[in-house]
Design a binder for this molecule. Structure first.
Ligand code: KIV
Length: 258
């Protein structure tokens, strides 16, 4: 049995140049399966709002939703480091951020993630001071999709580039153990990965991050109604499920009643 993954394990992987594989898991079987595959970093992402709960974006996810799904994933007792997202508007103040991070930890999260840079620095510092490992999230911030009017690539302008560098360094200085970079231009993601001592985990940000995270239904094809452009699915599970269900129905229809 492998030893438990911690933030220090991920830092050591960066130092060795070992790529960090990360995937989302929203329930017990997926967390257990991914852990059995040796994925070292699992996230109960608030993407669950879209790919599990059927909302149009992540702003509908509540802390109760997150606690429920973190509890389910944590029952897998993964070797992987398991984290949970602080959902939309759950970390507006320092007090809320710490109280809600503690609730996710009580549900089984071993770290929490929140979206933003210097604008949430007091919350990040307070979460770290409370002894809760914190993962940052910069670039395209899905919880801001309504204000932004879409999922836009970040780092294209000099102002965005400078902002990303300053935000990433501020999060690292505040004690974040890793930072997710979502839809950041590949050259800027590479520069951030080279400058920071902590691992960067990219999603749609090119190949040069220290690790990559995907929304697992995108990788496995269990949410066939939308797949982001940057994802190459490795399975079309929805097609296989449809075939299996049709075959079962056909067999059932042919089975005589005894
Ligand atoms: O919510 C989520 O699943 C995420 C990952 C895509 C990084 O934040």
């Amino acid at each position: 049995m492998s030893s438990k993954i911690t933030p220090a394990t991920l830092r050591a992987m960066k130092t060795r140049g070992d790529k960090i594989a990360a995937l989302t898991a929203y329930d017990f079987p997926m967390a257990k399966l991914l852990d059995e595959c040796g994925v070292p970093l699992l996230l109960v992402g608030d993407s669950l709002g879209m790919v599990v709960l059927g909302h149009p974006d992540t702003t509908h996810v509540t802390l109760a939703d997150m606690e429920h799904h973190v509890r389910a994933a944590a029952r897998a007792k993964p070797v992987a480091l398991l984290g949970g997202d602080l959902p939309f508007e759950s970390y507006l103040t320092v007090e809320c951020a710490v109280a809600n991070a503690r609730k996710l930890v009580a549900a089984g999260a071993e770290f929490v993630k929140a979206e933003g840079g210097r604008e949430i620095l007091p919350q990040v510092q307070a979460i770290v001071a409370a002894g809760i490992p914190f993962c940052g999230h910069l670039g395209m911030l899905p919880q801001h999709v309504l204000e932004e009017g879409g999922y836009k690539i970040k780092g294209k302008t000099e102002a965005e580039h400078a902002r990303l560098l300053a935000d990433a360094q501020a999060l690292a200085d505040a004690g974040a153990f890793a930072i997710v970079l979502e839809l950041v231009t590949p050259p800027v993601a590479r520069e951030l990965s080279q400058r920071l001592a902590i691992p960067t985990i990219g999603i749609g940000s090119g190949p040069d991050c220290d690790g990559q995270i995907l929304v697992t239904p995108d990788l496995l094809g269990t949410f066939p109604w939308f797949t982001p452009k940057f994802v190459q699915p490795h399975l079309n599970a929805a097609a296989q499920m449809r075939t299996a269900v049709q075959e079962w129905r056909t067999t059932l229809a042919k089975t005589p009643t005894s």
